[in-house]
Write a protein that binds this ligand. Structure first.
Ligand code: KG4
Ligand code: ZN
Length: 331
């Protein structure tokens, strides 16, 4: 089955053509980072306007790069939620119209299931069941993944998402937006043990997270070291990153042990973080657990992962209805 995936939940306009939920023929991502950069975060109104401009060229590019003709498509999958309503509406409405014009089945899918399914686009995908850590700008959660569609939430953040904490710490350190990648790079020049920030485990045997404490701690450190903090930015961000990574690694390894899983997947934009990749691989390895992390281009938002989820629903006969609508919060 050849599926066209469409993703516009936040600030990336993306389209992809994927065969059987695991082979990418094309994947196009048009990023809006330059537009939102001056504001230090995503401006929803600007995001939806840009999606409207980009959606047709991005879908056309994905089709032409895939080398297939429109007639060869078997269905369309599109992100239905969670995300920014105005942004979601652009991709969702486009997909509805396109599917009806081409007389194709179509399905609205959960963006978070998309991230989890991104591991199946790689050759060494994990066998079921496995434990998944989803870490992105909008979400941080642990799931017990029993099949492509049977996914149980084990815990999630009670306040900031991990990526959001990276972005906020980058902003207060004067490193711009989005800050995850910059912190990752700069932390390599710092000493992660020089400034020790708090690790918030909440209940150590449960899987909820909280990152607002460490973020506030970094802010307080900067406020109380106004004279010298600029020279210490690499140590500050290295200390912050280590605190976040310690908690993420501890909880996902524990989740895998509790569910007796031999495999872990790490997905979402923050899965690109080099220290997180290294630490979880080490910690899980010491318990004989194998870690699967997608390549960098599949960690951030993309439409190939949406096509991958859609494939499993469409193959099993599920379809969305013309009256279905987008949703902003996870459900
Ligand atoms: O999955 P994603 O592209 O979008 C959402 O669905 O949120 O994730 C974006 C997030 C941003 O917060 C960004 O700062 C973070 O992923 N990120 C990173 C790295 N690369 C991107 N965080 C830490 N280290 C990185 N290398
Ligand atoms: Zn995402």
């Amino acid at each position: 089955m050849i599926i066209l995936g469409i993703e516009t939940s936040c600030d990336d306009t993306a389209a992809a053509v994927v065969v059987d939920g695991n082979k990418i023929l094309s994947s196009v991502v048009s990023s809006q980072t330059d537009i939102h950069h001056p504001y230090g975060g995503v401006v929803p109104e600007l995001a939806s306007r840009k999606h409207i401009e980009s959606i047709v060229p991005v879908v056309s590019e994905a089709i032409s790069k895939s080398g297939i003709s429109l007639k060869q498509l078997d269905g369309i999958a599109v992100t239905q939620g969670p995300g920014l309503i105005g942004s979601l509406l652009v991709g969702f409405s486009f997909a509805k119209g396109y599917a009806y014009a081409l007389d194709l089945p179509w399905i609205g899918v959960n963006h978070l299931y998309g991230h989890i399914n991104s591991v199946f686009l790689e050759p060494d995908s994990p066998p079921f069941p496995f434990a998944a850590l989803l870490v992105s700008g909008g979400h941080t959660a642990i799931y017990y993944v029993k099949s492509y569609r049977d996914i149980e939430l084990m815990g999630q953040t009670r306040d900031d998402a991990a990526g959001e904490a990276f972005d906020k710490v980058a902003k207060m350190s004067g490193l711009g937006y989005p800050g995850g990648g910059v912190i990752d790079k700069l932390a390599k020049e710092g000493d992660p043990e020089k400034i020790v920030f708090p690790r918030t485990y909440l209940n150590k045997s449960e899987f909820d997270f909280s990152f607002s404490g460490v973020k506030t701690s970094v802010n307080r450190y900067i406020q109380t070291h106004q004279e010298e903090y600029k020279d210490m930015i690499p140590d500050i961000v290295a200390g912050f990153q280590e605190a976040v990574v310690d908690v993420l690694s501890y909880k996902i390894v524990n989740a895998a042990l509790e569910k007796r899983c031999d495999h872990i997947a790490i997905v979402g934009g923050v899965a690109a973080n080099s220290r997180l990749r290294e630490k979880v691989t080490h910690d899980a390895g010491s318990k004989s657990i194998t870690v699967h992390i997608p390549s960098l281009h599949l960690c951030g938002d993309n439409a190939a992962m949406i096509a991958a989820v859609g494939y499993h629903y469409l193959k099993d006969g599920y379809q969305s209805d013309i009256n279905d609508d987008v949703y902003s919060r996870a459900r």
